[in-house]
Design a protein around this ligand. Structure first.
Ligand SMILES: [Zn+2]
Length: 287
């Protein structure tokens, strides 16, 4: 199934670090621009952040040296699909925040190949897509989608959009302060409890992904079968399934993302309700 997203505005919050090797791959690609901006601001006495925002729509919350999204992903259809999906997520979350009287600062999406340097450390593609709260960026190697298709039986572009929407869900948690609260609780908790809190955080990100999906469906972006694709992907990347595939057994205490059933449940919850308030996985006891 193809999501009807061709006419969607491309996100400009994309940093394309694909194919970069060495320090360039693991450092700010826009460092030259930042140096020029710093020089101009030093000469003219202007706030460098204001200048950076003029030049590239940079995020105020992240450090300037690493936060110059190029905005362009070329003609690569897969990257363009992700750019369009991200653009739509930006609009959806901006509207949700605006309704609550807040301004939404979207995350930057970093596309990379093989390995990448984030403010949370260096990561290889094997880690899978992730969100780093310290620099408010989502990191994605597009090869993950090939794996999702081939090894986990979850093809389709809504499945891909769902993966990005889940990471954007972590950004929402960061903006709302949920993950900071959870980290504080985890420091005093026993290992099993700390794990349970991680699972609830992950399931909430799934529910937030569903909230975006709810509005994508309202705009007629989804086709029959799209939601099933997302649910299949949610189920395919549940910890129980991943563990069975990688270790051949299931160890509930070490779950970090929740079971396949839980993930599909919370994604569906967000899809049906479209309300952030209905994603309180911390209050829910039965799931
Ligand atoms: Zn996650």
């Amino acid at each position: 199934m193809r999501m009807r997203i061709e006419n969607q505005r491309q996100s400009t919050n994309i940093e394309d670090r694909r194919g970069m090797r060495g320090p360039a791959a693991v450092g700010g690609g826009g460092i030259g621009l930042v140096l020029i901006v710093l020089l101009i601001s030093w000469l003219t006495g202007t706030n460098p952040l204001a200048l950076l925002q003029l030049t590239s729509g940079v995020q105020r919350s992240s450090p300037p040296a690493e936060s110059v999204p190029t905005g362009a992903v070329g003609d690569d259809p897969q990257a363009r699909f992700i750019g369009a999906a991200l653009g739509d997520m930006e609009e959806t979350w901006s509207e949700i925040f605006a309704k609550a009287g807040d301004r939404y600062q979207p995350p930057v999406l970093v596309l990379f190949t093989d390995a990448v340097q984030s403010a949370c450390g260096t990561a290889s593609s094997a880690t899978g897509p992730f969100y780093c709260p310290a620099d408010s960026k989502v990191y994605l190697d597009l090869s993950f989608f090939r794996e999702l298709d081939q090894n986990f039986g979850a093809p389709g572009d809504f499945a891909q959009a769902y993966v990005v929407a889940h990471e954007v869900g972590h950004h929402i948690q960061n903006v709302l302060g949920t993950n900071a609260q959870v980290s504080r609780l985890q420091q005093q908790a026993a290992k099993a409890q700390a794990n349970d809190l991680s699972v609830r955080l992950e399931l909430q990100a799934d529910c937030y992904a569903g909230v975006w999906g709810h509005f994508a469906a309202q705009q007629n972006m989804l086709e029959p079968g799209d939601v099933d694709e997302g649910l299949r992907a949610a189920a395919a990347i549940g910890d129980d399934r991943l563990q069975r595939q990688t270790q051949g057994r299931v160890v509930p205490e070490s779950f970090t993302h929740g079971t396949s059933e839980q993930r599909a449940y919370w994604l569906r919850q967000g899809l049906t309700s479209g309300r952030v308030e209905d994603c309180d996985t911390f209050k829910a006891t039965s799931r």
